[in-house]
Design a protein around this ligand. Structure first.
Ligand code: 5GP
Ligand code: MG
Ligand code: MG
Length: 179
C-alpha cells in the first residue's frame, strides 16, 4: 500500500492533534445540547470514530449514505440518499461529519434536508476542505485542514474503495490509477 503513495498531505500526528482540538471545541460549544453526530458514509467513518472519542459530552451517532463520486474521480453534482437516518432528529442539534468538502453540493443539499425535518440546528464539521473547488457556498463550523485541489485517499477516504485504512491523508502515484 505504501508503495502506491506519492505524497502525504496530512500526517498521523497532525490528524490526531487537530481532531482532539476540534473535539474539545465541540465539547464546549454543545454542552447542555442534544448533540447528534451524523456521519456521511463511507469516507467520514474514521474521522467520526476519532472525533466522537474526543468529545466529552453525551451524544448520539447516526449515518447517512449519499451518492457522490462513485468510482470516478469527477463530481457528478447529483445527490441521492442511499441510506437515511435511523434517528428522529426533530429538536436535536445536528453536526454533520464529512470527510471532504469539494464543490459543496453534497453538504448544501444535506443541510437543507436535515433542517426541513425540524432539527434545532444543523452545522458542518469537515476534516478536509478544497476551497478552490467550491460551486455553492456552505457554512463550515469546524474544519480540520485546507488542502489543494488534488485527489486524496486515506484516513477513511478511498480510491475505488481501497486505501481507506491508510493512516494518513495522501495522494496516490499516477500509475496507481491505471492498475
Ligand atoms: P462535493 O462537495 O463535491 O459535493 O462532494 C464532496 C465529496 O466528494 C466528499 O465528501 C468526498 O466523499 C468526495 N471527494 C471529494 N474530493 C475527494 C478526493 O480527493 N478523494 C476522494 N476519495 N473523494 C473525494
Ligand atoms: Mg464524503
Ligand atoms: Mg468515494
Amino acid at each position: 500500500m505504501k508503495n502506491d503513495i506519492k505524497t502525504t498531505l496530512v500526517t498521523k500526528e497532525e490528524l490526531e492533534q487537530r481532531v482532539k482540538a476540534i473535539g474539545a471545541q465541540i465539547t464546549e460549544d454543545y454542552r447542555g445540547k442534544e448533540l447528534v453526530l451524523v456521519g456521511v458514509l463511507k469516507g467520514a467513518f474514521m474521522f467520526l470514530g476519532d472525533l466522537a472519542r474526543s468529545i466529552e459530552i453525551p451524544l448520539e451517532v447516526d449515518f447517512m449514505a449519499v451518492s457522490s463520486y462513485g468510482h470516478s474521480t469527477v463530481s457528478s453534482g447529483v445527490v441521492k440518499i442511499l441510506k437515511d437516518l435511523d434517528l428522529e432528529i426533530e429538536g436535536k442539534d445536528i453536526l454533520i461529519v464529512e470527510d471532504i468538502i469539494d464543490t459543496g453540493l453534497t453538504l448544501s443539499y444535506l443541510v437543507n434536508n436535515l433542517k426541513s425535518r425540524g432539527a434545532s440546528s444543523v452545522k458542518i464539521c469537515t476534516l478536509l476542505d478544497k476551497p478552490e473547488r467550491r460551486k455553492v457556498q456552505v457554512e463550515i463550523k469546524y474544519k480540520g485542514f485546507d488542502i489543494p485541489d488534488e485527489f486524496v485517499v486515506g484516513y477513511g477516504i478511498d480510491y475505488a474503495e481501497k486505501y481507506r485504512n491508510y493512516p494518513e491523508v495522501a495522494v496516490l502515484k499516477e500509475e496507481t490509477y491505471n492498475k
